[in-house]
Design a protein around this ligand. Structure first.
Ligand code: GLA
Length: 391
């Protein structure tokens, strides 16, 4: 694929003097630990083998030219290094612009512009982090191209900052971290409070991970996401009137139950309950996986979905229909929504011999209930972002 992209690159940007380099960042899928990252809890995501490729060449002037094979209708988007502001019309190119602005805020200046072509394989708006993938591929590419010598975790944090401040979505650290730090055939247990992390081998025995895309547009996702954050922050404030805690992630379920009455509003109490219980579930699930108890891991995935449906209220009828159809099938070890919710994807663990019947039956049941066609992918767990060296 890269050789075709190289041909497209020289076609769009012409031949040039300086070296062309190729970088890649994956998408991610979260196995368990949803809406816990911004609450100081744990998450357990892994990097996908599909992602975003960026082909880049330095320029000698201060111009930057962006082109995406996914948005050919927008053509080449040209901006100056001296004029990097959010522009609605620049669409997807605001993500890399945000990364450059954030690098500059941290004192890293680019001494020239560049030409870059992006090619993404992650379905947009499916909750598999296509935008974080663009951010992280941009960050690692600039780090190498301009010899900035920034360590990987700092790059990951700057990408989150770009998304929070330049794009205006108050996401947590999970997506950028999984994409920047992923490891083939492993998931990452990340403590989002301290950023301590460990890799767990994804040894699923005779089973596979299957992503199912609801293909429901994630309409109000960003505003609902920010609303949930606000509810959790309010719950934390109420608890802090009596408890000496910095985040909901510090509480065990038992401690939460004893103190839940401190939270004034019923809705906030439900949101906080999810955050606390989901955090505990995540740690328990990883222990089960490490003990080879895949069935136990699957049951906790199911419990996670129920909590996201009933307490956090971020599933919606499409995600519920897909998950509930999955639960009914033979060979299904666990199934839940993944990512922010309000549409997007589910993740299931399915025994290998049942994969075909799973896709057929869940697809048919989902179509019948919603009128929508789901897409299914068998997950290959890949590496984090890296430079691709040809040959
Ligand atoms: C989105 C955000 C993440 C995380 C998940 C929910 O993917 O970008 O930071 O909060 O939702 O777990």
């Amino acid at each position: 694929m890269t050789s075709n992209l190289l041909a497209t690159f020289t076609n769009i940007f012409n031949e040039g003097e300086t070296k062309i380099r190729t970088f890649f960042a994956p998408g991610r899928v979260n196995l368990i630990g949803e809406h816990t990252d911004y609450n100081g809890g744990h998450v357990f995501p892994c990097a996908l083998s599909i992602g975003t490729t960026a082909i880049v060449r330095k320029r000698t002037d201060r111009m930057i030219q962006f082109y995406s094979t996914n948005f050919t209708n927008l053509g080449v988007i040209k901006v100056s290094l001296d004029d990097l502001v959010y522009e609605q019309a620049d669409d997807w190119a605001n993500y890399p612009k945000g990364v450059i602005v954030t690098l500059e805020q941290h004192g890293y200046k680019l001494d020239s512009g560049f030409d870059v072509l992006y090619a993404g394989e992650i379905p947009n708006g499916a909750g598999l982090s296509s935008s974080a993938s663009i951010e992280v591929v941009t960050a690692i590419m600039l780090n190498e191209l301009y010899s900035l010598a920034i360590d990987r975790v700092s790059l990951v944090k700057m990408c989150q900052q770009a998304e929070n401040e330049f794009i205006g979505v108050s996401c947590g650290i999970m997506d950028q971290f999984a994409i920047g730090m992923g490891k083939e055939k492993h998931a990452i247990l990340l403590d989002c409070d301290t950023l301590d992390y460990t890799y767990s081998p994804l040894d699923l025995d005779e089973a596979s991970l299957i992503i199912a895309n609801t293909n429901k547009r994630r309409g109000l996702a960003d505003s609902k996401y920010n609303e949930r954050r606000g509810e959790c922050e309010r719950a934390l404030k109420d608890l802090q009137e009596e408890l000496d805690i910095r985040s909901l992630g510090e509480l065990t379920p038992a401690e939460f139950d004893v103190n839940a009455h401190l939270i004034k509003q019923g809705v906030d109490r439900k949101r906080a309950k999810h955050a606390v219980y989901e955090n505990a579930r995540t740690i328990e699930a990883v222990n089960k996986l490490e003990d080879g108890d895949i069935a136990g891991f699957g049951q906790l995935m199911n419990a996670s979905h129920i909590s996201l449906r009933d307490d956090y209220e971020v599933t919606g009828k499409e995600l519920d229909a897909l998950v509930e159809a999955a639960w009914e099938q033979e060979g299904v070890i666990g199934s839940r929504m993944t990512g922010a919710g309000f549409g997007g994807c589910t993740i299931s663990i399915v025994a290998n011999e049942y994969i075909e019947s799973f896709i057929e039956k869940v697809g048919a049941q989902y179509r019948e209930q919603t009128g929508l066609q789901a897409d299914f992918y068998v997950v290959q767990v890949g590496d984090g972002a890296k430079e691709i060296v040809e040959g």
